[in-house]
Design a protein around this ligand. Structure first.
Ligand code: KMH
Ligand code: ZN
Length: 273
């Protein structure tokens, strides 16, 4: 089994300081949270950005400042800026971080309910995002919230509309309104992906650590962080993203999985050095 790649989704677009005071908004807070996760063993940071008052934004210059600051604080770390942004943003708004030529970025694989909202990723949007990633030589992390999302993106890859193999999938399970975070669902999805692909599991809320434990045992990779889960245990707010990553590292060590550093993660993800 490959070493485990741990991704920290440090901020997200929906969670707030009211829910957990450690949720980062400012550049300094973003760096603090990224570094806590990196020092604990995260090789990858999934980045959303906010204005200082916490409002989600996809502003290219805000991304530039935050990504540069995290790179300085966390040498070698792999950064995956979000092209999902927050529900309600336009595709053009969401695509801004791709203008910075990151080595990876998320590409969301279909429309779905998202709690009380609808997260729109219709076919024209996905084609535009695929085209941009092909043009800018960006490796997508394919975010699948639903079973059908995987089939959609595999069909697009076959047609050359999005970057193809080796593909990296993130199965985000447990978003209210989407596929539940069960081991059965994860197993079903993993069985459909092409040989040579890599995958990550993200369990939302109270499912974060159970789904992570299953993914670690199955040979996949794990994402945790405030975007997905604010608590270190039921009813106990995590002090930092680093504390969430530390728990994953402990579980992995107990199960005999080593932790990939950024160089090893680049190798596993077939990224250019
Ligand atoms: N904020 C969610 C609506 C992504 O980063 O690509 C979408 C999201 C996915 O977080
Ligand atoms: Zn995200």
């Amino acid at each position: 089994m490959n070493k485990l790649i741990v991704t920290a989704a440090i901020c997200g677009a929906e969670v707030t300081k009211e829910q957990n005071p450690a949720v980062p908004y400012t550049v300094e807070e973003m760096v603090r949270e990224a570094k806590s996760a990196f020092d604990a063993g995260a090789a990858v940071i999934h980045v959303h950005v906010r204005t200082d008052d916490g409002t989600p934004t996809q502003d290219r210059e805000r991304f530039r400042v935050v990504l540069d600051a995290i790179k300085t604080a966390c040498p070698g770390v792999i950064l995956i800026p979000s092209t999902g942004g927050a529900v309600g943003m336009t595709p053009e708004e969401r695509l801004q971080p791709t203008e910075l030529f990151p080595e990876m970025a998320t590409l969301d694989c279909g429309t779905c309910n998202f709690s009380d909202d609808i997260f729109v990723n219709d076919m024209p949007t996905m084609r535009a995002f695929g085209k941009r990633m092909l043009e800018n030589n960006i490796k997508p992390e394919y975010e699948c919230f639903e079973i059908g999302h995987l089939d959609t993106i595999l069909t697009m890859a076959k047609k050359g509309l999005v970057p193809g193999e080796p593909m990296q999938f993130n199965f985000v399970l447990g978003v209210p309104g989407c596929a539940p975070a069960t081991v059965g669902n994860l197993d079903y999805l993993v069985r459909q992906i092409p040989a040579g692909s890599t995958w990550t599991a993200t369990g939302i809320g109270r499912h974060a650590f159970t789904l992570a434990a299953a993914a670690i045992a199955m040979g996949g990779n794990v994402r945790v962080g405030f975007e997905d889960n604010l608590n270190i245990a039921r009813g106990v707010p995590a002090k930092s993203n680093g504390e969430l990553v530390e728990k994953i590292v402990r579980i992995a060590k107990e199960l005999g999985r080593g932790i990939a550093n950024p160089d090893e993660a680049r190798e596993i993800l077939s990224l250019k050095k």
